[in-house]
Design a protein around this ligand. Structure first.
Ligand code: HEC
Length: 199
């Protein structure tokens, strides 16, 4: 025993007596154990995890309902591929449409895609984009050129490409809306002509 240990007052150990009722029988080389159960909240978490594991095991393994990582991956890849194809595939013959239903849809696409931000609510043009209702066109007024401008944009001139956001069918409809409904509509505050007159 070191000098220090000798000086410990044995009365200090009286404190341990209050644990006596919890003292368990076994005694290994003077080391005793007190019966201190884990608090109820820890036990609750413990039992809940066991309960959850039963449902988890049943769902994913015994009944094979849930998807494993590889299946989840394959599903997501398939979804992404379908979306990509939807955005790029030409599902329709690209021709000018003139029926009311298509033109109304085209108008809705013009609204939904916020073309108005750069071309005005009625295609009259604003500080950013040109007038889409007059006879003057910067890129040309034939159907295929207008489709190309909307689809691929004019990046250096500030026209957004829309091919990733709307499919060909929608591009066809919004193009038709411009070339049929908006054409010569003479909206208020029309921007001055830009480009060349196109018949
Ligand atoms: C971020 C602003 C912006 C948005 C949004 C935008 N445009 Fe444009 N657009 C422009 C600009 C700028 C030009 C002029 C490009 C150029 O000088 O060739 C343009 C040009 C065009 C042209 C060709 C005009 C011409 O005279 O050759 C068409 C058609 C067109 N936009 C249609 C649309 C449609 C349809 C939408 C919505 C689906 C749309 N734009 C959304 C900015 C925009």
């Amino acid at each position: 025993m070191t000098e220090e240990n000798k000086n410990i007052n044995t009365e200090d150990y009286q404190y341990n007596e209050k644990f006596d009722e919890k003292l368990m029988d076994h005694d290994y080389d003077g080391i005793k154990e007190l019966d201190n159960p884990a608090p109820a909240w820890i036990m609750a978490i413990f039992y809940i995890t066991i309960a959850i594991s039963i449902f988890y095991g049943a769902y994913y393994f015994w009944f094979g309902q849930g998807m494993n990582q590889i299946e989840e991956y394959d599903t997501e890849v398939a979804e992404a591929k379908a979306m990509y194809e939807q955005a790029n595939k030409s599902t329709v013959d690209m021709v000018l449409l003139t029926d009311d239903a298509s033109l109304n849809e085209g108008k809705q696409i013009y609204v939904d895609m916020n073309c108005a931000a750069c071309h005005g609510e009625n295609g009259e043009g604003n500080a950013i984009g040109p007038n889409l209702t007059d006879a003057s066109w910067i890129n040309g007024c034939d159907f295929n050129t207008v489709v190309d401008v909307i689809k691929n944009g004019r990046a250096t001139k500030g026209m957004t490409p829309f091919k990733a956001q709307i499919n060909d069918e929608k591009i066809q409809k919004v193009t038709s809306y411009l070339l049929v409904t908006l054409k010569d509509s003479k909206p208020a505050n029309a921007k001055e002509a830009q480009g060349e007159e196109c018949k």
